[in-house]
Design a binder for this molecule. Sequence first.
Ligand SMILES: NC(=O)c1ccc[n+]([C@@H]2O[C@H](COP(=O)([O-])OP(=O)(O)OC[C@H]3O[C@@H](n4cnc5c(N)ncnc54)[C@H](OP(=O)(O)O)[C@@H]3O)[C@@H](O)[C@H]2O)c1
Length: 334
Amino acid sequence: MRAYVLKQYGGPEGSQLMDVPAPVPRPRDILVEVRAAGLNPVDFKFRQGKLRAILRPKLPFVLGNEFAGEVIAVGSDVKRFGVGDRVFARVAKDRAGAFAEQACVDEDDAAHMPRNLDFTAAAAVPLAALTALQALRDELGVQPGQKLFISGGAGGVGTFAIQIAKGMGAYVTTTASKRGEALVRSLGCDEVIDYTVQDISSEQGRFDAGLELIGGKTLEQMFEIMKPGARIVSVAALPEPQTAIRDLGDRRALAAIFWLISYGIRSRARRAGVSYRYLFMHPSGSDLALLAELIEQGKLKAVVDRTYPFARIAEALDYVESGRAKGKVVVTNP
Ligand SMILES: NC(=O)c1ccc[n+]([C@@H]2O[C@H](COP(=O)([O-])OP(=O)(O)OC[C@H]3O[C@@H](n4cnc5c(N)ncnc54)[C@H](OP(=O)(O)O)[C@@H]3O)[C@@H](O)[C@H]2O)c1
């Protein structure tokens, strides 16, 4: 089968479309004919080798973290899926393999596709929507009437986060440039700050909770705009030790490194009286089923910015790497 394979960390030249053997399902796996795969910043960061400290699979390695498609075989212990089912999934990080004609996923990480979506829109959902849901529900515990700030609302995660937060009853403010403003407003955002002309620091002490999708200076400024006692969860900055210990297994040395490099962020959070957490999103078939329900009820939609044929995946990944995508980018198999 054709697959987009990482052969050497670095630039795009280290990855290529090539023929590889089709994956063989383990007992709890479903084997899926991939009809569309979503792209995410993690794909180019992984290709660059930026995640090597926490994830180091043997190369060559088939890239890609989410897909939608049709089940073509099931492992001996699979209970919930059968051949012909239309499914979508965020694949476990250490397996990946979504940028291929066929991919395997543990049945616990997959769900039936929303009936009202085609494969392209369904492939745009898993990673970004699960991230938004888990951050807002599990880390921030967003409550009706709370003032929530989301940095970078026009991208993959942000477009889902705005809709989910509005569904939870929050008052949502986000940053977007002129290019993204109409989009975030169409998703229900209450206030938009154009980060290219206005510094968010002027919003001092206004927010009960923050979802941080940009990192760097944006995170630093977010501490200033929170009320004392507020919570910030970031998926773009640095893991703090609690998350590192929980999510990186028993690699204590790594947790110590994250303790050290997140020290500045944690000190800043303490000074502002704000709690800071990092989130590694988790694949979850049950959360995906919940998102599918919201989509079928018309309460959540996937925003697909661009689609590319699978053969042009390198170009699609370049576009994601440009950092300008509005919503999601998807590659489709014929
Ligand atoms: N930890 C996890 O488990 C996890 C999960 C998912 C994602 N992430 C991370 O979360 C981050 C966001 O992911 P994503 O998929 O949403 O990214 P994305 O789709 O690539 O985000 C692109 C959007 O960000 C906007 N943007 C860029 N710079 C901005 C700034 N300074 N302020 C406000 N908006 C800005 C761009 O808008 P303009 O073009 O208008 O500037 C563009 O629409 C990435 O770093 C990703 O790796 C982590």
